[in-house]
Design a protein around this ligand. Sequence first.
Ligand code: SF4
Length: 234
Amino acid sequence: MTESTYGKTLQKSISISSIITAFHCPRQYMFYKGNEGKPAFRYSICKLVSCAEKNADEEGLWSTVCVIHPDISEEYRTLLHDCLNAMRHTPVRPWTETDIPVRSHAAGIHGLLDKYDASSGAYTITRCTTAPKNGCWPEDAVRAAALLLCIEETTSKKPTGFSIEYIPSGIIRWYEPTPKDRRKVFHLIRQIREIEKGSIPCKPMCPPCARCQFTSRCESGAPQRLSFLFKKGE
Ligand code: SF4
């Protein structure tokens, strides 16, 4: 989507999680479409820790996790334990609302904001990954830019950035989305719209194929190479 198409409102809204999938690889987005997402055990655990009282009891939190995800395996308890330890000395980001649906009609996107604190007007993104050495991960920069587009349209209190809490590391970073991040969001929206119309996206320059579950489908679904269009011997 170029800035010139910004403002078209009649198209199906795209979730910010789809934008992030397309950010990793637009082909992955194409293959994920229609597939059931896996239960987000890691995210649920990190979210609970993020919203828990200081010095929350591990046993009580684990019981809540088991109610939310009755099929979760016991091995995830280690993650809960490690996250609680990591956050032990980190001031929890304040919040008065959590999991707030946000939407930009103009951009045609929607998502969930992790935390909003009415008293300070602060916005927080909760991540279940470890923190990078500096700043935030590139996908979180895109996530922040997409959320900012939505919040700018939803509320009168316009933030300049977000606190991003990396729960497994117990680290909180401040990030202000840049024009480059916003351009990336528009580019990904345009790519997703093309895929929805039936286009097969090209492989990106550095696709994360080593960690991809779609490698065989990706190879068989690759667009024909020019050489295939000519019969042998002609
Ligand atoms: S195999 Fe590689 S190019 Fe294909 S969908 Fe997966 S990450 Fe993308």
